[in-house]
Design a protein around this ligand. Structure first.
Ligand code: FEO
Length: 176
């Protein structure tokens, strides 16, 4: 039986994941405005992944008989002063999401709710990748700096990212 507290935290996290999708859609729009379609593609894939994250939590709540209470999704940042700003915003946001997931994991340990703790391990692992990807993009950009050729090379590389829907085999730990 899911506690009220964990149910509330998971509902909050659903809105944070949808906010992530909204923020990355905003960053995608910024890159589209610069005609950097590869960067925009990378963020478009990210938007879809964030919606998957939210829906995994939504489906978990439904499966364990929890109440799904959708919250307001705040407007994202819409002004970016530079590519560096957009990439830094992404890394900082992923670090925020990691801390938020850790808070739910901590609460699940305190309550000895092993079921949700097991479910959350997939997200702990996913956050390692999310932060690493965001950091990789930022570090690469810092090497490239304002070199036009370098930015276009990076744009070509980011254009190759393909959305792969999260499958049940990847997320066995999300099965209650
Ligand atoms: Fe859902 Fe990017 O963390």
């Amino acid at each position: 039986m899911l506690s009220e507290k964990l149910q509330e935290m998971l509902n909050e996290q659903i809105s944070k994941e949808f906010y992530s999708a909204y923020l990355y859609l905003s960053i995608e729009a910024y890159f589209l405005s610069l005609n950097l379609n590869g960067f925009a593609n990378w963020f478009h894939v990210q938007v879809q992944e964030e919606k998957d994250h939210a829906m995994l939590m939504y489906n978990y709540l439904a499966k364990v008989g929890g109440r799904i209470i959708l919250k307001e999704i705040a407007a994202p940042k819409v002004e970016f002063v530079s590519i560096e700003d957009a990439l830094k915003t992404t890394l900082e946001h992923e670090q925020f999401v990691t801390r938020s997931i850790y808070d739910i994991v901590d609460a699940s340990i305190l309550e000895r709710d092993h079921k949700i703790n097991y479910f959350l391990q997939w997200f702990v692992n996913e956050q390692t990748e999310e932060e690493a990807n965001a950091e990789n993009n930022l570090k690469k950009f810092m090497i490239v700096g304002n070199d036009g050729k370098g930015i276009l090379m990076m744009d070509s590389e980011l254009a190759t990212r393909v959305y792969v829907p999260i499958t049940s085999t990847q997320t066995q730990s999300t099965q209650p």
